[in-house]
Design a protein around this ligand. Structure first.
Ligand code: ATP
Length: 440
């Protein structure tokens, strides 16, 4: 029989990681005799939901097993979650979903909604009742939403891979010591096949997180072979407890699929909007750059926040009349004012930048200065005075070209498709599993 096991919401800012529980289960379920029919799936959900811990990730394990094993497998899964989830954290509400057989279409559609919008727990419960063998929700049970979405998202379209290495318990919470030279060598050797290993602007490796979770590092790439090669090139001054290759929707823009009109934009939803820049961008306290975007239905502020680094320079070069397509998440302040937090931006059309300047002298061609309001102009070079001259308009050079612009990798969302993935989109799941895809 085919068994899909969805897991979510097991970690807290103080520690834990749902992918780590999945990695433990890879070893335990295989010991029991289950056969994995896919790499563990790491499914990133809507990055704008306010109750996520970090990256809003959920996991699904898909195995084939003897029906006699079903009970034992479920017991091992429940035991792993109960012994490793951070139950003490108020915001941790673990969920486990078991589904047997093929994944029905409505679960796939549900997953799309969880990745691209906001759903309620009741939506998940209705589907679990209609289609699933069983689900276990702890505390406020919110985790069943992500767990069910992970089951439903088969990653049959575009996808990527991540090699995730985990730390031994005694090292967790201590600074991670990776050999930066080995990260550079890996980046060089796998260029085009892995992505977001380094931030070019900040000149620092991005593969290691900084928190207390058990992840030592993760390398993302286009194939299981590539991330295996990359992951095994990294030298660390601490041992790996285990590693697993996940198949994932990271780096695919799976959340950014729907184009909306400005009047339809809802808080916490990802959005794509095309419109016209309505006023000059302004830089506010903290270094954030804001500009209003308008379409025929309304206006919304777009924000390039300080951590997006030089991406803000692109936003600052916009002028009223420019046409852009903005991609990002919608936030709302307490007063209901919405902002689109920019994740990427496509400059579609540049308006001419026309400025008014003092006229040139009709006699000698020199620069003129105003003699006062309505008083005409005087030539600075030959002294000619003329009351009838008017300002002339000049077209300024635009220091911006149409095209797609992204913030630097360090401030990209897990789901954001980086520039180097454009043109590499996949349209089907892999046929088999590359070996080795996990250790031990
Ligand atoms: P990490 O990435 O470190 O594993 P996390 O950022 O994934 O942590 P969770 O602790 O999983 O965060 O919390 C997200 C919670 O929000 C889960 O309970 C999940 O079921 C729920 N959730 C996720 N996406 C949506 C959505 N689109 N609508 C409603 N609830 C959601």
């Amino acid at each position: 029989m085919l068994l899909h096991i969805g897991l979510d919401d097991t970690d807290s800012p103080r520690g834990g990681c749902t992918t780590y529980i999945a990695a433990l289960l890879v070893e335990r379920l295989q010991e029991l005799g289950a056969k994995f029919i896919d790499y563990p799936n790491l499914v990133r959900l809507n990055p704008n939901v306010p109750w996520k811990t970090r990256g809003n990730g959920a996991v699904c394990l898909r195995v084939e097993c003897d029906p006699a094993l079903e009970g034992a497998i479920k017991e091992v899964v429940v035991d792993a979650v109960e012994s490793h989830a951070e139950f003490d954290c108020e915001n941790t509400n673990p969920g486990i979903v078991f589904h047997t057989g093929a994944v029905p279409e409505p679960l796939g559609r549900f997953a799309c909604r969880v990745i691209q919008g906001v759903v309620s727990r009741e939506d998940a419960e209705g589907l679990i009742e209609g289609y699933c063998a069983s689900a276990i929700g702890y505390k406020n049970m919110r985790g069943i939403i992500g767990a069910l979405a992970a089951v439903g998202e088969r990653l049959e379209g575009d996808h990527a891979y991540e090699f995730l290495a985990y730390r031994t318990p005694e090292n967790r919470g201590m600074p991670r010591r990776l050999d930066v030279a080995s990260v550079m060598e890996m980046d060089e050797a796998t260029r085009g096949e892995t992505f977001n290993n380094f931030d070019p602007e900040a000149r620092r490796p991005l593969i290691a997180p900084h928190g207390p979770d058990p992840v030592l590092f993760g390398v993302r790439g286009e194939s299981a072979e590539a991330v295996y090669r990359a992951g095994t090139m990294i030298r660390a001054e601490e041992p790996f407890e285990r590693w697993v290759i996940f198949r994932t929707n990271q780096g695919t823009d799976a959340h950014l699929r729907r184009t909306s009109k400005i009047s339809d934009l809802k808080p916490y939803n990802p959005a794509i909007v095309a419109g016209e820049v309505a006023a000059h961008p302004r830089t506010i306290k903290g270094g954030h750059v804001i500009f209003p975007l308008r379409d025929e239905t309304g206006e919304i502020d777009c924000a390039a926040y300080e951590p997006t680094g030089r991406f803000r320079d692109i936003a600052r070069r916009l002028i009223p009349g420019d046409r852009v397509r903005a991609y990002g998440g919608i936030r709302s302040d307490g007063a209901g004012r919405r902002t689109l937090n920019l994740e990427k931006m496509e400059v579609l059309h540049l308006a001419p930048d026309i400025r008014l300047a003092n006229p040139l002298c009709p006699k000698c061609g020199g620069g003129m200065e105003s003699m006062g309001r309505g008083q005409g102009y005087r030539c600075r070079r030959c002294g000619l005075r003329d009351r009838n001259l008017r300002k002339r308009s000049i077209q300024m050079e635009r220091k911006l070209t149409p095209g797609l612009y992204l913030p630097p990798p360090r401030s990209q969302r897990h789901l954001t498709k980086p520039l180097q993935r454009y043109g590499k989109e996949k349209s089907r799941a892999p046929d088999g599993l590359f070996e080795p895809w996990h250790w031990p």
